[in-house]
Ligand binder design. Structure first.
Ligand code: NDP
Length: 244
């Protein structure tokens, strides 16, 4: 098993990509804190499915106090944190002219400030133990843009910039920071798209299909494992060839 005994926090693990990462990491021997914002029932279902060392923990990533509590609870339970996966994210799509200040700010708060809050809260324990892996989830919207997503694209480009800046601070403590930028992945968000939109997007993907959450989880597992011991500050695109 690739993550035997490792302690992991996955933000936004109640469904979609975060859920797939939590399940795969647990199957590889990790103890997993399954974070969620609202959906306690779904998060507890993930914990039951893991059927091992896991617990569900509500914390909104944009609220620093709640994130500090999540870190504290995990440390109290397992004594260390080896891996943080910053997966929680939201969309509030609108054309710029129609986008309210609130729709801009809330996406920045969750997707970008949320990653800042989690990295800041995890810094002290990871620096003290002189090891750690942080895996951020951005999006190909950061490099190709997307209609109605100025807030989302800016937040995800920010995460990739933060990744590159963080390694300048964290590498000396043997803390790795890398980002995965998914394309269209079949979570609820993509499943709910209208059929014509799905067809339009599929035409842009050389592999001619959407990705599965497990296909992002596999890359996260690689980055979390010792196999990725010389990969630092990178953004790995997982999009079936769409950006190319
Ligand atoms: P989902 O919308 O399916 O799930 C989002 C998860 O984030 C849920 O667990 C949700 O918890 C949690 N969450 C939402 N807001 C907060 C918050 N404020 N604090 C803590 N947790 C929160 O997302 P996906 O699985 O589709 O996406 C996961 C990540 O991957 C996101 O960062 C997304 O931007 C990115 N991504 C997704 C793509 C896709 O095609 N699906 C493409 C590119 C990037 P709860 O259930 O409690 O609300």
């Amino acid at each position: 098993m690739l993550l035997n005994g490792k302690v992991v926090i996955v933000t936004g693990a109640s469904r979609g990509i975060g859920r797939a990462i939590a399940l795969l990491f647990a199957a590889e021997g990790a103890k997993v804190a399954v974070n969620y914002a609202e959906d306690k029932v779904a998060a507890e279902a993930v914990v039951r499915q893991i059927n091992g060392d896991a617990f569900a923990c509500k914390a909104r990533v944009e609220a620093p106090g709640e994130i500090e509590e999540l870190i504290e609870k995990t440390l109290m339970k397992w004594g260390k944190i080896d891996i943080l996966v910053n997966n929680a994210g939201i969309i509030k799509d609108k054309f710029l002219m129609m986008m309210s200040q609130q729709e801009w700010q809330s996406v920045i708060d969750v997707n970008l400030t949320g990653v800042f809050n989690c990295c800041k809260a995890i810094a002290r324990p990871m620096i003290a133990q002189k090891s750690g892996k942080i895996i951020n989830i951005s999006s190909i919207a950061s490099c190709r843009g997307a209609l109605g997503q100025v807030n989302y694209a800016a937040s995800k480009a920010g995460v990739e910039g933060m990744t590159r800046a963080l390694i300048k601070e964290f590498s000396r403590y043997n803390i790795y920071v890398n980002t995965i930028a998914p394309g269209f992945i079949e979570s609820e968000r993509v499943k709910n798209l209208r059929d014509e939109m799905k067809k339009d997007y599929l035409r842009l993907i050389p592999l001619a299909r959407f990705g599965r959450p497990e296909e992002v989880a596999g890359v996260a597992l690689f980055l979390a494992s010792d196999a990725a011991s010389y990969i630092q500050g990178q953004t790995i695109i997982v999009d079936g060839g769409m950006v190319v």
